[in-house]
Design a protein around this ligand. Structure first.
Ligand code: CAA
Length: 284
């Protein structure tokens, strides 16, 4: 198996930061690259803010927080990941942008550096296709919030080698996650099941079966889900849910997977859930 010491994270949004935190917490050195224009200070402050809360609540020692933060180097320079053993990209969910990134990474890194994507519903094989050294390309799909959710889907794309899958499986265990190995199909396991579930809840609302609150309450207390489907959609981000629906629909071409009218309208209005202060619920 390959040895992993330094992990490069491209993209310092919610998922990228969460993954950086998880890796650094387990002792890995992390290079976190802010992928969009602007400086990285805000991203670092956001990560530290979350860790400070854990320290205040007595969940983490101040010394452990400092050590964790000390293991992460923030930068805006993509070339800083050149010597990493594993790179996980968590940039915008746009296939062309991700393909361009994979091309650039392949030019910067060693031929055996593991190149992984955290995509939810795009084809890992399509990203692999732009690379020369394809057997080291795979998916590592984390769930939000990454520091809490145990699952990582390890995505076996068309030409990923068994050695790479074994290395990634072991890596996930080292960072205290419970990996499952999944073949590269749109939405993998969780989002392929979860997306139609949220879309069905929205259609149920449109039919007048129940209210946002009653449907959420029913799923929380009747099916033991930690969040109801509308709380969850707001948490994930309605733009992300719509994009996942779109990608699954493009693959299966069945109207059951098409984004419902209400979802599309909310996204058009910029009501994207928690992150904008309004979605199915108001957070203001
Ligand atoms: N970062 C770090 N820790 C966090 C956190 C975050 N962003 N959010 C919550 N936590 C921690 C809290 O500190 C707390 O820890 P302790 O138990 O040690 O105190 C614990 O999680 C529980 O948090 P809270 O008490 O604040 O709130 P809660 O009990 O309501 O749990 C939740 C919050 C974990 C988010 C829970 O509601 C939950 O599991 N929701 C479902 C989340 C889910 O389904 N995620 C998957 C989304 S799909 C996806 O991500 C895939 C995709 O590709 C889009």
């Amino acid at each position: 198996m390959m040895e992993i010491r330094t992990v490069g994270i491209i993209g310092t949004g919610t998922m990228g930061l969460g993954i950086a935190q998880v890796c650094a917490q387990s002792g890995f050195n992390v290079i976190a690259v802010k992928a969009t224009p602007g400086s990285w200070e805000k991203a670092k402050a956001s990560l530290e803010g979350g860790l400070n809360k854990s320290v205040e609540r007595g969940k983490m020692a101040a010394a452990d927080r400092d050590a964790l933060v000390g293991r992460i180097t923030f930068t805006t320079d993509e070339r800083a990941v050149a010597d990493c053993d594993l790179i996980i990209e968590s940039i915008i969910e746009d296939l062309q942008t991700k393909k361009d990134l994979f091309r650039r990474l392949e030019a910067i890194c060693r031929p055996d550096t593991l190149l992984c994507t955290n995509t939810s519903t795009l084809s890992v094989t399509a990203m692999m296709a732009v690379c020369k050294h394809r057997s080291r390309v795979a998916g590592l799909h984390f769930f939000n919030p990454a520091p809490v959710m145990k699952l990582v889907e390890v995505i076996h794309a068309f030409e990923t080698s068994e050695e790479v899958i074994e290395t990634l499986d072991q890596f996930c265990k080292t960072i205290s996650k419970g990996p499952v190995i999944v073949q590269d199909t749109t939405g993998f396991i969780v989002n392929r099941l979860l997306t139609p579930y949220m879309l069905n809840a929205i259609r149920m609302l449109e039919r007048g079966t129940g209210t946002i609150e009653s449907i959420d309450q029913a799923m929380k207390t009747g099916a033991a889900h930690p969040m109801g489907p509308f709380e969850l959609a707001d948490y994930i981000g309605l733009d992300v849910v719509e994009a996942m629906a779109h990608n699954i629909f493009e693959d299966v071409r069945h109207e059951h997977h098409a984004p419902p009218h209400t979802l599309t309208r909310l996204v058009q209005l910029g009501y994207l859930g928690r992150k904008t202060g309004k979605g199915f619920y108001d957070y203001a």
